[in-house]
Design a protein around this ligand. Structure first.
Ligand SMILES: [Zn+2]
Length: 285
């Protein structure tokens, strides 16, 4: 006997549900794949941005390094004795901190105001290079400093950096030395402290702690005023300003210092030079 198999109508319903579930599953898989693809392409774009920012930084560093290694000894006017003398010592303190934000940070750094009422920001760090005479300056200002010195030499003027970057500890030690000297001469401690202030900025308020200021004198020491005169007329073309000009003592709070030059970048330097103003006045406008 042929047995006709009767399907249960419920079974059809069951198959329909399974079919719908499979459809939903396929949709979900497609959706997931799309999301994952979009996510990874965004990730790739982001890492590309980071890389190109890095590459920009490195290539600019590299181009700054090359002339530096070749001409570094010129700044101090000494012949290198070993290969390590030629080697730039780049001191990177927490350089990874804000790599992608570096261009912005540099702009901020160039116009940072440090004086008696504007102490150095907390946790300030700067990349440094060491000159052949042992002085250090911010790697950021090196290329323009070198260009400036080259231009001066071409005109028979021979400048040298006699003071560059100072650590906060250097500044404290320097202040203490002055105080000790006055105490040894018989002054009271408070008098000694007061007198030291005439020569040394309170630690945390010296531009030398920034690394983008330098005391520039003559290589032979006898023709300092030739160097000062040349710098006064030309430094702005290389992004440097005479930071403590004569007649502006009431604004800067510092006596005239013909040797102290501060890097602010070419644009600001030209304006400050042309308008014969100080960094304080430039930033207040
Ligand atoms: Zn100085």
């Amino acid at each position: 006997m042929k047995r006709t198999r009767k399907r249960n109508p419920l079974a059809w319903f069951f198959y329909l549900i399974i079919f719908l579930l499979i459809l939903i599953l396929i949709e979900l898989v497609i959706l997931c794949v799309t999301i994952v693809r979009r996510g990874s392409s965004q990730g790739a774009q982001m890492s590309q941005t980071v890389q190109s920012a890095d590459a920009g930084q490195h290539s600019s560093m590299a181009s700054a390094d090359d002339p530096q290694q070749m001409t570094q000894t010129e700044i101090a006017g000494q012949a290198p004795q070993t290969e390590t003398d030629l080697m730039q010592t780049a001191i990177t303190e927490e350089a990874t901190e804000a790599q992608t934000a570096a261009p912005q940070a540099n702009t901020d750094l160039l116009l940072i105001l440090v004086n008696a009422s504007h102490p150095l920001p907390d946790n300030y760090t700067v990349d440094l290079v060491q000159l052949a005479n042992g002085k250090q300056i911010a790697s950021l200002i090196y290329p323009d400093l070198q260009r400036m010195f080259d231009a001066a030499r071409a005109q028979g003027i021979y400048p040298t950096v006699t003071e560059g970057y100072r650590t906060h500890e250097d500044q404290i030690a320097m202040m203490q030395n002055y105080i000790n000297r006055y105490i040894a001469e018989g002054y009271s401690e408070s008098d000694a402290q007061q007198m030291a202030l005439d020569y040394v900025a309170v630690p945390g308020t010296s531009e030398h702690e920034l690394g983008i200021a330098a005391d520039i004198n003559s290589q032979d020491g006898n023709t300092d005023w030739n160097v000062y005169a040349w710098l006064k007329d030309n430094a702005h073309n290389y992004g440097f300003i005479l930071r403590y000009p004569e007649g502006k003592e009431d604004i800067t709070g510092i006596d005239y210092e013909p040797w102290h030059y501060r890097y602010v970048g070419e644009e600001a330097a030209r304006e400050i030079y042309e308008r014969q103003i100080t960094l304080e006045e430039y930033l207040m406008q």
